[in-house]
Design a protein around this ligand. Structure first.
Ligand SMILES: [Zn+2]
Length: 255
């Protein structure tokens, strides 16, 4: 691997680093905080390194300088501030060339849903996105600390957009940082709404397969996901105005 450091990153990766920090703040606003635990990462397509929130900072406080450069290859030494669950990200990137961003969090509704044996249903638009493609990883509920366990999670994930880690949390993947972040929010809301519906007497209905297809094609089309991301960025900037400067700061540093 090219031994990248923040100082040697190409301009695109510097901007991506700013986007990872914005994604972390957005996840915080969406209820994904658990002290400094959980990670969001991204890689420029085809790169042999990723940009990942460092071990010490929580989603709520992450700035671009807290986003570190780490190797995708587990045989390459990782930097001191790499999060303990780096192996999870490495295994998924190696298994999924189509994936360029990963969120792993302990978001409460996602976590509780993962503790049940319920299949996710299309109760809401969000549920329609995940119905039939949300496997559970159940071999351990512990932190993913080594590449063998990371590979088990990647196997469980398969070609799906997310997996539940039983009694631990969720792993959400996407072809861009926009997709992974938006769908981390989507999954948390899908789980929350279904858990609400499950408590009602008399059961509930879920969308038809035809509607599920229609929702995936329109509500979660790339253009829609981009608009949800833009909305999420706006939310972050209203809460933390300094975040508005991060992408241009990254561009200036790269100049
Ligand atoms: Zn975890």
């Amino acid at each position: 691997m090219t031994q990248q450091t923040p100082a040697t990153l190409p301009p695109l990766a510097r901007r991506l680093r700013a986007h990872v920090a914005v994604a972390a703040r957005s996840l915080s606003l969406g209820g994904h905080d658990d002290f400094n635990q959980g990670q969001v990462s991204a890689r420029a397509p085809g790169a042999d390194y990723m940009l990942i929130k460092g071990a010490l900072k929580g989603f709520d406080e992450c700035v671009p300088d807290d986003v570190i450069v780490a190797p995708v290859d587990p045989a390459v030494p990782s930097p001191a501030l790499a999060p303990p669950e780096l192996a999870l990200h490495q295994a998924v990137y190696r298994a999924r060339p189509d994936v360029n961003a990963i969120v792993h969090s302990h978001a409460p509704h996602t976590l509780v849903f993962g503790a049940t044996d319920l299949a996710l249903r299309a109760v809401s638009h969000e549920g329609a996105y995940f119905e039939g493609r949300l496997p559970r990883y159940t071999l351990t509920s512990n932190t993913i600390l080594d590449i063998a366990t990371g590979e088990q999670v990647a196997d469980a994930l398969g070609d799906n957009p997310a997996a539940l880690l039983r009694n631990h949390g969720g792993v959400i993947v996407g072809k861009s940082i926009r997709h992974a972040t938006v769908h981390a929010h989507t999954l948390e809301r899908a789980c929350r709404l279904q858990l609400m519906a499950e408590q009602l007497p008399g059961g509930y209905h879920s969308s038809s397969l035809e509607d599920v297809d229609g929702k995936r094609a329109f509500i979660y089309a790339d253009l829609s996901v981009r608009s949800y991301w833009d909305h999420a960025v706006g939310q972050v900037q209203r809460r933390w105005p300094e975040a508005a400067d991060w992408p241009s700061q990254a561009a200036r540093e790269a100049a």
